[in-house]
Design a protein around this ligand. Structure first.
Ligand SMILES: Cc1cc2nc3c(=O)[nH]c(=O)nc-3n(C[C@H](O)[C@H](O)[C@H](O)COP(=O)(O)OP(=O)(O)OC[C@H]3O[C@@H](n4cnc5c(N)ncnc54)[C@H](O)[C@@H]3O)c2cc1C
Length: 443
């Protein structure tokens, strides 16, 4: 009755209905944080028991590890902004880029761009002089094109057309492309590869810096995000899967939590999107687009040694082209090492024991005799990323349905020409962009 009286007097200030965010990976978290910081209430629904999605904490016999080693670079501006806002930026260790692999070493000195790249290439070991000039020529040619190819093509074809010697491709370009796009060179998008080179090697010097998490991924983002959202009135519903979606009036009905909302951000893995969109015929073309995606895996082998092996740099290539990379992770526990193998390949057909022995041999060749191995664990993420192929159609963040927004590493972003591959930065940017669109739509 009191409420009715207030209504009659026109005094009641109806609280704003929360924006529903489905999916608590880095995209959903970024969107939620951006919104609550602007005073917009949110309710985040996450199917798993924890936040983080494809970049999350995993318990290994009481030790918190990552589901997979994640590497960030200085160009990850929105990710850095998010972590700074949540107070966990100091958990990233920043170093000038060094690529070390058998017979190859490139280090970008602390010089202003483009001198860092010129001197880095000039003093790189393991490349012939002609290869160094070829690499510089390639970067200049891309710069002349403003890093926009007239037509997309396979990264391998782009490198061939640009006269890049096979040895240079194997030592430098292939490892960068596979690490960033998680897609073999022959099927990777040349345009997205150019975008990565533009934002890393061709940016200001600090853009190419390597940022390594020195806390497990849960400590880096999920924990601090939960606290931040709680402090700002955001609701987080863990273990709360949205299993169907339908129109209700001008808004949406979310089956599972069984609620009606007027604004909805879908921040799920792209493999989950088509099923959720099946009740929205207006978005059938987006569902069909994303249904056509194929996936690339990432394998991480965690090794726990009795003492820390001596790494010359915390990140070490164990071969050329598509080879595993080793990461020193003493921050997790002294003697912890993560070995990462990107994309599809024959390694996935090997038994875990055979792969462990092979990778231990490769590591020994680089570091010499290793301390005693105490324990090991393999984690394979089968759908780590979509295959980042030429001309892949990616939906925008605001599809043609009022009140609905799409966030995730697969979306095209504000400027499709700048599109990132499936990365933390792509995910965070998409979440922030959705929040900006929602705020703009309210005005
Ligand atoms: C092993 C591995 C290594 C990687 N390495 C790097 C790296 O070095 N550098 C880098 O930048 N990137 C890396 N990536 C990529 C990066 O992790 C992803 O691009 C990013 O995490 C994607 O975030 P997202 O929020 O878009 O999607 P996701 O992380 O997939 O988040 C989607 C969330 O939605 C939830 N969800 C799904 N369906 C529902 C539903 N119906 N209801 C409620 N919730 C739902 C899921 O549980 C999940 O939490 C790596 C990925 C993997 C797997």
């Amino acid at each position: 009755m009191a409420g009715l009286a207030n209504l009659d007097q026109g005094l009641i200030d109806m609280p704003e209905a929360p924006v529903a965010i489905v999916g608590g990976g880095w995209a959903g978290i970024a969107c939620a944080v951006e919104l609550v910081d602007q005073g917009v209430p949110v309710a985040l629904y996450e199917a798993a028991r924890q936040l983080g999605g494809r970049a999350r904490r995993v318990d290994w016999n009481g030790i918190a590890i990552d589901n997979g080693q994640h590497l960030m670079i200085g160009a990850y501006r929105e990710t850095e902004r998010l972590l700074a806002r949540l107070g966990s930026l100091d958990k990233l260790e920043r170093r000038p880029l060094e690529l070390r692999a058998p017979g190859f070493h490139l280090r970008l000195p602390k010089l202003p761009a483009p001198l860092h790249l010129i001197f880095g290439l000039l003093f790189a070991s393991g490349l012939r002089l002609g290869e160094k000039f070829a690499a510089a020529r390639f970067m200049r040619a891309l710069q002349a094109l403003d890093f926009r190819l007239p037509a997309d093509m396979a990264a391998s074809e782009l490198l061939r057309q640009q006269g890049q010697p096979a040895h240079l491709v194997a030592q430098l370009w292939a490892p960068i492309c596979i690490a960033a796009l998680n897609t073999p060179l022959e099927t990777a998008s040349g345009q997205v590869f150019c975008n990565v080179l533009r934002d890393s090697l061709a940016g200001v010097r600090a853009d190419s810096d390597v940022l390594m998490n020195r806390a497990d991924l849960g400590g880096l983002l999920a924990d601090v995000a939960l606290t931040h959202l709680a402090e700002h009135g955001g609701e987080v519903h863990l273990a709360n899967k949205v299993d169907m979606l339908a129109r209700q009036g001008n808004g949406f009905f979310l089956g599972g939590p069984d609620i009606a909302v007027s604004k909805l951000v879908l921040a799920v893995h792209p493999a989950r999107l088509p099923a959720l969109l099946s009740g929205l015929p207006e978005l059938a073309s987006i569902a069909a687009q994303v249904s056509g995606y194929t996936w690339q895996p990432i394998l991480t082998l965690w090794l726990r040694f009795a003492a820390p092996p001596a790494f010359p740099f915390p990140m070490l290539g164990l071969g050329d082209s598509q080879a595993p990379w080793a990461f020193e992770r003493n921050d997790i526990a002294p003697g912890m090492v993560a070995i990462v193998m990107s994309a599809q390949g024959p390694h996935l057909a090997r038994t875990p024991d055979a792969l462990r022995d092979e990778y231990l041999n490769l590591l020994t060749r680089q570091l010499g005799p290793l301390p005693t191995l105490l324990d090991w664990k393999t984690i394979i993420e089968k759908r780590a990323t979509y295959a980042c192929t030429p001309d892949l159609k990616r939906p925008g963040n605001h599809p043609p349905l009022n009140g609905l927004y799409l966030a995730g590493d697969y979306t095209a972003g504000a400027d499709p020409a700048q599109a990132y591959p499936a990365t933390l930065e792509g995910a965070v940017r998409s979440g922030v962009e959705c929040a900006r669109l929602i705020i703009a739509d309210r005005k």
